[in-house]
Ligand binder design. Sequence first.
Ligand SMILES: [Zn+2]
Length: 511
Amino acid sequence: MYFVAILLSIAGAPIDADVVISNATIHDGAGNPSIHGDLAIKGSRIVAIGKFEVSADATVIDASGLIVAPGFIDLHNHSDRPITQAETRLNKNYITQGVTTIVTGNCGGGRADVGVYLDQIDKNGAGTNVAHLIPQGAVRREVIGSEKRPATPAELAQMKTLFDQAMQSGAWGMSTGLIYVPSKYADTTELVELAKVVGKHNGIYVSHMRNENTRLLESIDETLAIGEQASLPVHISHFKASGRAAWGLAADAVHKVQAARDAGRQVTADQYPYIASSTSLGAMVVPDEYRTTIKFTAALKDERDGANLRQKIERSIETRSGGASLFVASYSENRGWQGRDLASLAKEQDRSVLDLVIEIQSNGGAAMVNFGMQEEEVRLIMQQPFVAVASDGGAKVPNDTVPHPRNYGTFPRRIGHYAIERGIVTLEQAIRSATGLPADILGMKERGYLKPGNVADLVVFDPKAFRDTATFQQPHQYATGVRYLFVNGQLVIDQGEVTGKLAGRALRHKP
Ligand SMILES: [Zn+2]
């Protein structure tokens, strides 16, 4: 119905366009059945969709056999640092996935100086657009440090002022990372007070919840409570049941979110389509009071503290298949360990896994990949209409580390592998989960949907070739199949080749 209306409104009048993408299969981002037709761009905007006459000087791209969709929006990205650095700001591992906008400031970490950060992106350019969330942990660190205690009334007031300023500078909401220091030292009441400031500016609350393991359901309750008490939409980051002990909880977790939605609450989630997660070794197995290298090494020198620490780490390793599910992604002290799991490394060296963990943490830590999810549960979550696809990765260039393949493959994996190849979700739903849905979650106008007047952020891909090629063993591999990518109307990928154009800009939320 939607496209019919557009078609009628523009029939007959020749369209003044710079570029026409013709003979395409057009997916609008709303999840509607695709239509066959043309799409015209003038400057940075979409000016027509359907069948129409165009001005003679327009460049025509023949998109026979190709799909045109809104450019993908990655709700969960950690490129705060690399997007401002010369080597990585092109964001090649994301544009090759069809991504045109990333959202940074996630998991409570990243740039707290929102205005400065966004100005920096506009000044230097980026391969994709960048929207930002206020990282609650980073703000707390600025005001309170890394201490484990409630905020004083004065500190809370100061954080609220910083949140207010950040929202006025263009943040789309706030994020928490409630397994990380110092984000996790905020209790629910403190988070509600900060979320109220965000809600006042029509922002959202986004959370890496306190527990994704056996206390997954309680964590969802906390998230919902914050939404209710602060009157704002809430969003669950990288939704999953993680760790063997949590297997089987995904269905209950989905049910809980659906029940809240049915009761009229605004709650959504995102997911990266893999059975492994990735974060620091410290966040995975070290109690929070010993996370810094200084506190860690000091504890080891103390008899009682040391025994306590060792015992807790051992218990944690136990729940992760004795270290067999824990793979070293990046460890600068010993690059030979990258790509290897802790159990086999320990065996090879005739040492205990605990011993390896102590060595790594004493040397400043390592990034890890943890195989902690069940494929069936990953699929169940993927099938929910409120779950957007998002990477939880960051801008990278190939090197000798062995990071999670989600950095290079999230979007083609959801759309190419899971939808087109496996049929786990429909193609329309998979595209919606990367476009209209994340735009709606953010409250972002003019992007995420193909319609005249919207910004020309769009991807043209070959459904037969759009696939993730990054694997857990060989993660630094670009996705295939994106033929054209427009960011703000400019060609960032042209005939499958990256142009190098830094057409992205900072996207500021306007309350
Ligand atoms: Zn996270």
